[in-house]
Each structure stands twice: as C-alpha cells, then as structure tokens.
Design a protein around this ligand. Structure first.
Ligand SMILES: [Zn+2]
Length: 184
C-alpha cells in the first residue's frame, strides 16, 4: 500500500475534466476558464448549465449508475453521502457524483466529498488500483464530510492498492476564495 500526494501538473492539454459536485471548492469557474475547451467535461446532474457557458463543447451529465466513455476510459457515476447546493444552505440542488474510472483493466475510484458511508464498499467486488478521497473536517461539517479516521475506514472498505488524498476541501485559503466568486 502506498500514499500519494497531489502533484503539480500542467493543464495546457486535457482530454477529460471530472466534476463531482457544484460546491465552490469543487466547481471553480476561474479554474475551468483556464482549461482547454476541447476537453470533455463529465459532471453531475444540473451542473452543465454552469459549465457549458464557459465554452466547453462536450459536457456530459451522469446520474448515479450511468456510464460514459472518453477515449477508451469508461466513467461510471456512483453516489456519496453529501449534498449539492452551490451556496449552502441556499439555492438550487445540484447533483453530486463519485466516479469509477476504468481502462485496460486499471480502475480508479474518485470519491465525492462524503460523510461516512458504506456506499464505497460496493467497488470492492472489483477493487480499484487507486482510491481518491477528500478529507473534510470535524464538526460542524461532519454530517456531510468525513474526518480522517472515517476516510481511512471507507478506503479500507474499497480494498484498493493506493490511497490518494485530494487537496483539502475546507482549507482557509479556499474558503477565502469563495468571496471572489459571488457572481458565479
Ligand atoms: Zn462538497
């Protein structure tokens, strides 16, 4: 078992952009504006109306259980224990997706923000090679996010070979950035 940390990478060319949900720290409009518009964007229910106006030509919404394929990579949407309002607790409910990615027998789980749940145990039937989880916070967000111990338990349920912690969803830095996105 190994633990990876977020690498710095160039986004000058991208084939695929995956959006798990509409929260400001996961669907960041300035970031999307900087990405190549030739990329296919796979997202959750209702999020295409935020993304498509940015110039992306191929925006695909998936419901839980639905699949799509991009350049031979199969993407299946599955659930999480979360919620999708962009400006919680106000505004419209958008969807929220985790994803299982598969190509040539290699599988990756990209988990949405999630509170503790046994939903991810379902992927253990064909264990992913890599599992990517967000570590949320302790109170007051514990009803919608998992603390490190809960993430570790969910990771073990999926029986993957490698754990990848996605960038913190609740850092002060990101929270401060919300203030500049009031018109999103
Ligand atoms: Zn979230």
């Amino acid at each position: 078992m190994s633990i990876l940390r977020s690498p710095r990478m160039s986004c000058s060319s991208s084939d695929l952009i995956l959006i798990t949900h509409a929260h400001m720290d996961h669907l960041d409009v300035p970031s999307l504006k900087s990405l190549p518009k030739t990329a296919v964007v796979v997202t959750c229910e209702k999020c295409s109306k935020i993304i498509a106006p940015l110039g992306f030509k191929d925006v695909r919404e998936l419901k839980w259980g639905e699949t799509t394929t991009v350049k031979g990579l199969t993407i299946r949407a599955m659930g999480a224990r979360h919620w999708g309002r962009r400006w919680p607790p106000f505004g419209e409910d958008y969807g929220f997706n985790s994803y299982v990615l598969e190509k040539n027998g290699a599988r990756t789980l990209l988990a949405c923000d999630s509170a503790a749940t046994d939903l991810f145990a379902s992927v253990a039937k064909s264990p992913p090679d890599v599992a990517i989880f967000s570590i949320g916070a302790y109170d007051p967000w514990i009803d919608n996010h998992a603390n490190p111990e809960q993430v570790w338990a969910m990771f073990q349920q999926t029986a993957p070979a490698t754990f990848f912690r996605s960038p913190g969803a609740r850092s002060n830095c990101r929270r401060n950035r919300w203030k500049s996105h009031c018109n999103d």
